[in-house]
Design a protein around this ligand. Structure first.
Ligand SMILES: Nc1nc2c(ncn2[C@@H]2O[C@H](COP(=O)(O)OP(=O)(O)O)[C@@H](O)[C@H]2O)c(=O)[nH]1
Ligand SMILES: [Mg+2]
Length: 304
């Protein structure tokens, strides 16, 4: 399956429920107040969030006026352009230096460990030497689960015993990566501890250690959000972003929801770009986030 096809399939629910009908705009021979109202409603239904949906519709209104757009097809093209602009990050995601570190954080069950397995596969396929760090020491099963992914992706894993200090796991992983000449260390973290304060403390400690462990490359911290929980996930995100200085988002389980519109509000609401999207449970089901490709896939017409 091609890249675009897979993304299209992952977005099928959102597209069928919502963006398919926004796509109908293409056939409208004029744009009026009703057009805007309907668009607003559809965007909100797709979990774009009311505020962002209103902003988008207002911007579209302006653009229609400015460029004297007449037909629905012209308005749709303008809407897509606005979406791409809104989703585009200021800089690409391309951790440089050796080794670079990617910390993966987020609440339990959102898909951290799975996404790390997929990231390992993705970067190994690009010829990078990857090492995984089992920083979720809260449960023994977590390191075992990561070990299975490490094996599948064919990359080494650094783990300690259950209950040990995750910051020391990360430290060892970075040292080991330096000794082995690895390009990239990807670190798992716990999503739940005895209480929220200790989790946030732990995450900020891990984040400091990653920067100090001797890694000369970039340190990126990706917060994983589950698309199924949509706007709720966005509300919960702030604490994590502060605790670990997150730099980007992985949005998982887009295949399981019609509320994929939440992607659109993430950057506007959280100030962080989406870097990857998860579209299934398999090792190849994580795609680097490309705004143009994403918007095209959202409005993709059924073939045949
Ligand atoms: N459908 C779907 N399931 C996913 C995706 N990412 C993760 N999952 C599933 O979500 C569940 C929790 O994942 P896990 O990586 O253990 O979450 P963690 O607790 O954050 O580490 C597992 O059953 C995964 O297979 C995705 O993109 N799509
Ligand atoms: Mg996990």
């Amino acid at each position: 399956m091609g890249f675009f096809e897979k993304l299209g399939r992952g977005l099928a629910k959102t597209r069928d429920a919502i963006f398919g009908s926004i796509g109908e705009l293409e056939n409208a021979d004029r744009i009026d107040e009703e057009t805007y109202e309907e668009l607003l409603e559809q965007l909100i239904l797709a979990d774009t969030g009311a505020q962002v949906a209103e902003e988008l519709v207002d911007q579209l209104r302006e653009r229609v006026k400015r460029d004297r757009l007449k037909t629905g097809a012209e308005a749709l093209a303008a809407l897509k352009e606005l979406l791409v602009e809104m989703l585009t990050a200021e800089r690409p995601f391309d951790p440089q230096g050796k080794p670079a570190v990617i910390l993966v954080i987020g609440v339990n069950g959102v898909g951290k460990t799975t996404s790390i397995g997929k990231l390992a596969q993705l970067y190994a396929a690009q010829g990078k030497k990857v090492l995984l760090a089992a920083g979720d020491t809260f449960r023994a099963a977590a390191a075992e689960q990561l070990g299975v992914w490490a094996q599948r992706a064919g990359v080494p894993l650094v783990r300690h015993d259950e209950g040990s200090d995750p910051a020391s796991v990360i430290y060892d992983a970075v040292s080991s990566a330096i000794a082995r000449g690895c390009d990239l260390v990807i670190c798992d973290t716990a999503g739940r501890l005895h209480n929220k304060k200790s989790l946030m403390d732990e995450l900020s400690k891990i984040s400091r250690v990653a920067a100090k462990a001797g890694a000369e490359g970039d340190v990126e911290t990706l917060l994983v959000l589950d698309a199924v929980t949509g706007q709720n996930a966005i509300q919960q995100a702030a604490q994590f972003i502060d605790a670990a200085s997150a730099t980007g988002i992985i949005l998982t389980k887009l295949d399981g929801t019609a509320k994929g519109g939440s992607v659109i509000s993430i950057k506007a609401r959280l100030g962080l770009p989406v870097r990857f999207v998860g579209v299934g449970e398999g090792i190849d089901d994580l795609m680097p986030f490309d705004p143009q490709g994403f918007v095209d896939a959202l409005f993709l017409k059924e073939q045949g």
